[in-house]
Design a protein around this ligand. Sequence first.
Ligand code: NAX
Ligand code: ADP
Ligand code: K
Length: 514
Amino acid sequence: MKIFSSEQLYEADKATVERQEITSEALMERAGTQIFNWLHQRMQGAPVPIHIFCGIGDNGGDGLVVGRLLIEHGYNVIVYVVNCSDKRSKNFLLNYGKIKNATKKWPILMKSEADFPEINNEDIIVDAIFGIGLNRCPVGWVKKLIQYLNENKAFKLAIDIPSGLFSNSPLEDKEAVVNANHTLTFQTPKLAFFLPETASFVSNFDVLDIGLDLEFLQNTEPLAQLISKPEAQRFYKPRDKFGHKGTYGHALIVAGSYGKIGAAVLSTAAAFRIGAGMVSTFVPKCGYNILQTSIPEAMVITDKEEAFISDITVDFEPSAIGIGMGIGKNKATVEALKSIFQKKNIPFVIDADALNNISENKELLKLIPKNSVLTPHPGELKRLIGEWKDDYDKLEKVKKFSGKHGLVVIIKGAYTIIVYGDKLYINTSGNPGMATAGSGDALSGVITGLLSQGYDPLLASVFGVYIHGRAGDIAFGQMGYEAVMAGDIIDNLAEAYLDLLEQPEIENESNGEQ
Ligand SMILES: NC(=O)C1=CN([C@@H]2O[C@H](COP(=O)(O)OP(=O)(O)OC[C@H]3O[C@@H](n4cnc5c(N)ncnc54)[C@H](O)[C@@H]3O)[C@@H](O)[C@H]2O)[C@@H](O)CC1
Ligand SMILES: Nc1ncnc2c1ncn2[C@@H]1O[C@H](COP(=O)(O)OP(=O)(O)O)[C@@H](O)[C@H]1O
Ligand SMILES: [K+]
């Protein structure tokens, strides 16, 4: 599913009105009707008071449509106009008139704190104050109203986007955003829903298809692509009936140092489970017995050093190399990295201490083969590209870094983002149970194993991040968040594949899966 900017959505709006030969008022009616249907389906006529707070723009207009439809269906509705400006939009005014006709009275006009209504914890709040047209932070009594709503325990449903949140630019005032329990967003989710500083305002969301012009949506380059099951299903490369282990490549994992051989074990196991034909693992001598015992399927090659890696020599041509997990920062290890980057001109997966060594020895950057995949968590990323002001600044910096060096960068975390030049892919699988030691080692093994099977680096990254997260979700289903260990994620790669190969999901409007 594509994520568009607010500017693109206004263009889509315009294209829809022109090509479908409808009025923008009709489009608003469509949008409001979708919200009404969502509520009506869940409330089934329940007499719970619904407080609808409408701004004076088109988001407010949507709120008025919802209010009118609910009233016409006998719901207990109180509609307020948050009168923060006299510049009411055309469609707001049209619907203001319509709701008056339906109810024979005007909505309640709010002009200051004195107008804040009493709301019970069991009531429902619909937030239609600001949508994607927010152009400055809410201040004064409007900010106070947002805070007042947030203090209330009533269920808060935001229309399109929680008021106070900019859809694709930095948040300036965290105190002036509606903390929505659920958001019903039109046509595509907004970028702010997925970034660490703003995602918490959008704990749950559904995407409502309001039928914006398909040609525009298909032909417009989005801000980002959201990756869910349907996309992953398209990326999957089916196994060949006549394939043999050589068909699926020989992956090399270079990992581990004294006390961190587990990192090598985890990434090796993950590379096998994701389907690499063969996996050889290069470790310091101290890792030999551990590897041979824990993963008999792996071939093990050892360094001349006992406790760390100093010189990576192998007697075969790997189809992919995953490097860095638990290797430490010994000087000799840095030299070994330098030399292998120069010797092997294939895409690498570069993780953990390999990234830290690169950050401390920036000359290594130039030696990394093009289209290699870097998998930093936020700490490693900061060391690599420096501090950032906010999430958007971070994305711009990573895009620049990726473009300059010709690398895929995976920004790990909840909603992992894969960056390749100007392109952003946002993963939707995964859960906080995966915040556990070694889950990153598993990811590097997964991506290395996919590269070795012939997935190109971008595809291996996007698909690998999804399936790793999905395996984590399945592990969560079995044992809850806390008990998940990295090994459980690896064990569930099998289930994640089976889940992927089930009948394709019907692409519907919910959960961002389109
Ligand atoms: N573009 C689309 O595809 C569609 C948009 N619709 C709705 O239209 C919304 C966008 O409507 P608008 O562009 O009218 O914008 P909004 O309704 O988001 O609000 C903008 C209005 O509020 C004022 N404003 C902005 N920030 C303010 C602040 N901090 N304090 C006080 N006033 C402030 C602006 O000057 C403007 O008058 C969407 O979010 C969505 O709800 C739907 O009706 C249907 C289709
Ligand atoms: N809250 C979360 N939600 C989703 N995925 C998460 C979450 N926390 C961690 N992960 C995933 O777990 C992995 C953690 O990687 P990393 O921090 O490198 O772990 P380690 O270094 O211990 O192996 C990443 O793939 C990350 O996206
Ligand atoms: K809103």
